[in-house]
Design a binder for this molecule. Sequence first.
Ligand SMILES: [Zn+2]
Ligand SMILES: [Zn+2]
Length: 317
Amino acid sequence: MEIFFLGTNASTPHKYRFLPSIVVRRKGKLFMFDCGEGTQYRFLRSGLGVNKDMKIFITHMHGDHYFGLPGLIQTFALLGRTKPLHIFGPRTLGDVLKNFLEKTGVRISYSLHFTPVEEGVIIEEKEYRIKAFLTSHTITNFAYIIEEKDRPGRFNRKKAEKLGIPRGRLWKKLQQGYPVKTLSGRIVRPEEVLGPPREGIKFVYSGDTRYSEKLIEFSQKADILIHDSTFENKLRDNAIDSGHSTASEAAEVARKARVRFLFLFHYSSRYSEDLINLLREAREIFHRAFLSTDGMNIEIKKPDSNKVILLFRKLKF
Ligand SMILES: [Zn+2]
Ligand SMILES: [Zn+2]
């Protein structure tokens, strides 16, 4: 799994930061979370590809999180997208998109689908599921989770050979979790040749939110939590008034949810390029906290359930 931070600022565009948008790439498929104004530019510059299998998830109806959609939809058409595009979000987003398409007469070269989101599982696939749940903002805001399902444990070839199981069909059956019979008549159970099941990656994106107990509950043991961190501690009152979180509150959620890595996100425009105070305040509470930045690309590897490796790269926009 890879994460691309296309924009990390709150409310208005900033000299150093675009409006919120994150793309997760998994086995060639793209999952975009929020689409602030200007996202199409960052998306194209990232080389993510305009004709990929792609789904877009919008957290809420504040403009900084979805005003980039019309431009992105039109640009995809102009650049010849043919694959369907699925958008998920609050019900009113469906009306806005319908209006935009009808009133502007923009011609789309691909099929565009909209699904209103409700709490619970919104996508269930063989290898992963995507869930949504409500957080605590000034308007309805959905946080999203990508949850990879556990994979079977590693197959121990040497052991299988030692037990006299011929390579091929019987190996495959064991890998799929079925017992098999060797030539000598011995029954071999899958757990004899498979290691412990390997946990999948759990990714959580909060969207805009106040400190939320529910977020703690839903983020339990997530590998990655991307959390609203609009303000530093001394502006906690502003956070309360505007339905946002401080970096410390994001860290508190991460600590209580026992997540592996926290990425601070959605910074107030009052902050310059230097966000060190936010990071410092977060790390006082949760030391595996990082600042997300525009252009940050992270590859996440989980070779076994106890180990998560992050590889950081920087995209040139
Ligand atoms: Zn926002
Ligand atoms: Zn908002």
